[in-house]
Design a protein around this ligand. Structure first.
Ligand code: IDP
Ligand code: MG
Length: 149
C-alpha cells in the first residue's frame, strides 16, 4: 500500500492548523500510520530539502523549518502521494485553489503551511529520513470496506 510523508510546517503548528490538516486527511479516507511533534535539527532540515540546496531560498527555508516545532506524519492509502499533493495545493498559496490547504489558509510561498512528498520514490526516501520502522504502525481501520470497494 502506498505511503506519503506529510509535515505540518512551523507556521501551520503556530496557527493551530494541526487538527484541521489531520481532519482533511482523515475524512478523505487515508490512514494515519505515523505521527510526531518535533523540533527539527539543522541537519535534518538540510537533508530533507537537499534538492533545493543551491536555491537562493535554501538558507531561509532551513532557518524557518528549525524555528519552531513541526508535525511529521505518514499517511497510507491508494494513490495517497498524488492525492495528498492535491489536498495540499500549489507551492504558492495565492495561486492555490480554494479547497486546498494552502489555498484556504496561506498567502506567502515561504509560509505555505505544509509539505507533502512529490513522488512515490521521494516519499519512501522522506519516510526513512523522518521515521524509524518501529514508529510506523500497521493497523486496520474498521471502516476500510466503507472506503475501498
Ligand atoms: P513544494 O513544497 O510545493 O513541493 P518546492 O518547490 O519543492 O515546493 O519547494 C519546497 C519549499 O521551499 C516550498 O514549500 C516553500 O516552503 C519553499 N520555497 C520554494 N520556493 C520558494 C521561493 O521562491 N521563496 C521562498 N520559499 C520557497
Ligand atoms: Mg517539493
Amino acid at each position: 500500500m502506498e505511503r506519503t510523508f506529510i509535515m505540518i510546517k512551523p507556521d501551520g503548528v503556530q496557527r493551530n492548523l494541526v487538527g484541521e490538516v489531520i481532519r482533511r486527511f482523515e475524512t478523505k479516507g487515508f490512514k494515519l500510520v505515523g505521527l510526531k511533534l518535533l523540533s527539527v535539527s539543522k541537519e535534518l532540515a538540510a537533508k530533507h530539502y537537499d534538492v533545493h540546496k543551491e536555491r537562493p531560498f535554501f538558507a531561509g527555508l532551513v532557518q524557518f523549518i528549525t524555528s519552531s516545532p513541526v508535525v511529521a506524519m505518514v499517511w497510507e492509502g491508494d494513490g495517497v502521494v498524488a492525492s495528498a499533493r492535491n489536498l495540499i495545493g500549489a507551492t504558492n498559496p495565492l495561486t492555490s485553489p480554494p479547497g486546498t490547504i494552502r489555498g484556504d489558509f496561506g498567502v506567502s510561498i515561504g509560509r505555505n503551511l505544509i509539505h507533502g512528498s512529490d513522488a512515490i520514490e521521494t516519499a519512501q526516501h522522506e519516510i526513512a529520513l523522518w521515521f524509524t520502522p518501529e514508529e510506523l504502525v500497521s493497523w486496520e481501520p474498521t471502516i476500510t470496506p466503507w472506503v475501498y470497494e
